[in-house]
Every structure is written in structure tokens, then in C-alpha cells.
Write a protein of this length. Structure first.
Length: 236
């Protein structure tokens, strides 16, 4: 199986979802840090689709039983005001096309066992890509802001993420390819090969700048983005 095969599986799965009435509202980018890429033996990020039933409001109680192997990550979400397409999309094109940026939590899930009980083999990045790049849901919140001012350095935006009032992870958005807008540009160029354009109004998750946090039933997750507000959710 190749990476192209894995994306073909993901695409076929999303087609089935949309044929059943779902609507694509955006995209996600994963594996944006060099450490994560080395861990799964690839040299580029991966990507998946965001559907309308994946969106939760800030402060939501999220049904734990909807998921299988929950994890959560902190990132920035770009909401587009203009279409973006490759093959030469740049960081500056992304900033120009962005209506606003807002803090977000990405909820990860896996519909694949970590270890095959019969063979003992661990799942690979090809499994994850086939599984919509592990995306299951997202929570948008905090303070939305425009990325066009000199007073906002997207690289320096950080988050302190707590589970049940205990700090689990911290990070800076510079951990996403050096600048989170580079992730959006990478995606626009990567999707151009498939004839896909990022559309105005779509939400694009730029990639996590913390390690995934395991989530259990009853957990409350709060990501504090400082002057950009907080995003919180509870798993009940």
C-alpha cells in the first residue's frame, strides 16, 4: 500500500459520508512537526477533511461514547475569506486570504487498533491517512483575530493545555513548520495536484503545536491562549 492508496481510501470514505448528507466545511493538517514526521517515517505533513457534524461550540459537553480512542490537540484555525490554490501558494497569499484566525482544539480518534492482535504489527501512517488523518471533531473558541497586523506574531502565540485543572502540555505555534500559515500554504499546493482549491468560508486547522493528550470520560480540557482567550470542552 502506498501513500496515494491511503489518500484514495480517505477520499472514498469522505465521498460516502457526503453522499449520506454530510457537508465538507474545511480541512485539517497533521504531522507538522519534524519530531512527529520522524516518528512515523514520512517527510511531509498529512491532511484530512472536516465535516459539518464534527463541529462543536466552545464549552460544549461532547459525548464520549461517540468516539473510540480519544486524544486532543491545541492549534490555530484559519477561516478563509478568499479561495486559495496552488501550485505556488505562499505564506503571504495565506495571510491575504484569511478572514480571521481563532484558537481551536482538534479531537483525534482512531478507528484502527494500535496493535494488530494477531500479527503484533503496529498501525502506520498509511492507516492514519486512510482514517481521515485521525480527525474526528473540533472545537473553535477564544478570541478571533485578523492576522494582518504587525501587533500579531502568529509564531509566538502559545497555549497552556490543562486536563481537569492540571497542566498537561504547553507549546508555541512556531512548532508548526516554523509558522502556522506555512501549513495552509503547503495544503493549498498539495491539493492543487488533485484539482482541489481551498474555498472561501472553509476552516483549515493548521496543525498542532503540542503532543496529543489522552482523553477519558469525565475529563474537562481547557486550552489557555493568553490574550487570545480560552477554548474548553467536557467529555461526558
Amino acid at each position: 500500500m502506498t501513500m496515494a492508496d491511503a489518500y484514495a481510501v480517505q477520499s472514498a470514505w469522505m465521498d460516502l459520508k457526503m453522499a449520506a448528507g454530510r457537508r465538507c466545511v474545511g480541512h485539517k493538517i497533521g504531522l507538522t512537526s519534524k519530531a512527529m514526521q520522524r516518528a512515523v517515517k514520512i517527510d511531509e505533513p498529512d491532511f484530512g477533511s472536516l465535516l459539518d457534524d464534527m463541529l462543536y461550540r466552545e464549552g460544549s459537553t461532547i459525548p464520549y461514547d461517540r468516539f473510540l480512542q480519544l486524544k486532543i490537540e491545541a492549534e490555530l484555525a484559519f477561516v478563509l475569506d478568499k479561495p486559495l490554490s496552488g501550485p505556488d501558494c505562499s505564506l503571504f497569499d495565506v495571510l491575504d486570504a484569511t478572514a480571521y484566525v481563532t484558537p481551536a482544539l482538534e479531537i483525534l480518534d482512531a478507528r484502527i487498533q494500535r496493535i494488530d492482535p494477531e500479527t503484533g504489527r503496529a498501525r502506520t501512517v498509511l492507516d492514519t491517512i486512510s482514517d481521515n488523518a485521525a480527525n474526528a471533531a473540533l472545537v473553535l473558541g477564544g478570541r478571533a483575530f485578523k492576522p494582518d497586523g504587525f501587533h500579531v506574531d502568529l509564531r509566538r502565540i502559545g497555549a497552556v493545555v490543562s486536563r481537569n485543572a492540571e497542566v498537561e502540555e504547553t507549546g508555541l505555534a512556531a512548532g508548526v513548520l516554523g509558522h502556522p500559515a506555512y501549513g495552509i500554504a503547503w495544503l493549498a499546493n498539495r491539493l492543487h495536484v488533485h484539482g482541489v482549491t481551498l474555498q472561501a468560508g472553509e476552516v483549515v486547522l493548521a496543525g498542532s503545536f503540542i503532543r496529543p493528550i489522552d482523553v477519558r470520560r469525565g475529563d474537562t480540557i481547557v486550552a489557555d491562549y493568553g490574550e487570545f482567550g480560552t477554548v474548553a470542552c467536557h467529555f461526558g
